[in-house]
Design a protein around this ligand. Structure first.
Ligand code: DC
Length: 242
């Protein structure tokens, strides 16, 4: 198995795009940040783009049911992303929205934005452009979301669907939101997570792998275990392109 220095050198020569999809609580963000850091590539949290757009549209008083108005908001939104995997920062028109986009009011409204098919088409183009630019510029990018392996970048060098059993996903999300996972808190989060996954799965397929996509089940694996599993896929890709 290669070490990170060797991987970085090969990536600088060959370029690398990594697409990671999975449901809420599958561990995509944590793992993608670890991999970006270790491989020295950019990190793109596509969910944050949908979150920022939801924040922006609410801020402007746009009716989220008005699909054309939300698409227009996407096109004019002055979004700045500093995708440092150690401390990602998101700004809209100079306002730091890094914390605001994680608020419950965004999670409650976001399905109206993320199921808007015109917005999805526009977002996919924007995300693909960012990935290709990073690859061309001699390093690369890891992007995580729901439709990266299938729509945004089906020709990514490495494509992974990250899964985890439902109780584990629920426990992780509850700890993330409340700092601990008591049975009562988990029940509260269960309803939210189930609703969101159900809404999201009407527009993208992220529970079954598309052809050529490697499945990694993170249940009981821990961050190191999942990272190793994905690095093995990265190494196979580098080997094949060497
Ligand atoms: O991954 P997340 O929780 O930050 O995602 C926020 C929402 O955006 C979630 O409802 C799924 C949706 N989303 C999407 O539809 N497509 C993506 N590529 C990323 C996120």
């Amino acid at each position: 198995m290669r070490d990170d220095a060797c991987r970085r050198a090969e990536i600088a020569r060959l370029g690398m795009t990594i697409a990671i999809d999975g449901p809420a609580g599958s561990g995509k963000s944590t793992i993608s940040k670890v991999l970006a850091r270790r491989l020295g590539i950019g990190y793109l949290d596509t969910g944050a783009m949908y979150r920022a757009l939801t924040w922006f549209a609410l801020e402007r008083g746009i009716d989220l049911e008005d699909e054309a108005a939300v698409l227009c908001a996407a096109k004019v939104m002055p979004l700045e992303m500093h995708a440092d995997p150690d401390a990602p920062v998101y700004r809209v028109g100079g306002v730091d929205v890094t914390d605001a986009i994680r608020e419950a009011r965004i999670a409650l409204a976001i399905a109206k934005v993320s199921t808007n098919l015109s917005v999805r088409r526009w977002m996919a183009g924007e995300q693909r452009r960012r990935m290709m630019e990073a690859r061309r510029s001699g390093s690369g990018m890891i992007a995580e979301g729901r439709d990266i392996t299938t729509v945004v970048c089906p020709y990514a060098d490495v494509r992974v669907l990250l899964l985890a059993d439902e109780e584990e996903r629920l426990r992780r999300r509850t700890i993330e939101m409340h700092g601990r996972a008591t049975p009562e808190l988990m029940e509260r989060v269960r309803e939210q997570i189930t609703k969101r996954d159900a809404a999201d799965s009407t527009v993208s397929q992220f529970l079954v792998p598309a052809e050529g996509v490697s499945v990694v089940d993170s249940t009981g694996l821990g961050i190191d275990g999942v990272t190793q599993a994905i690095l093995a896929v990265v190494d196979r890709n580098l080997e094949a392109r060497a």
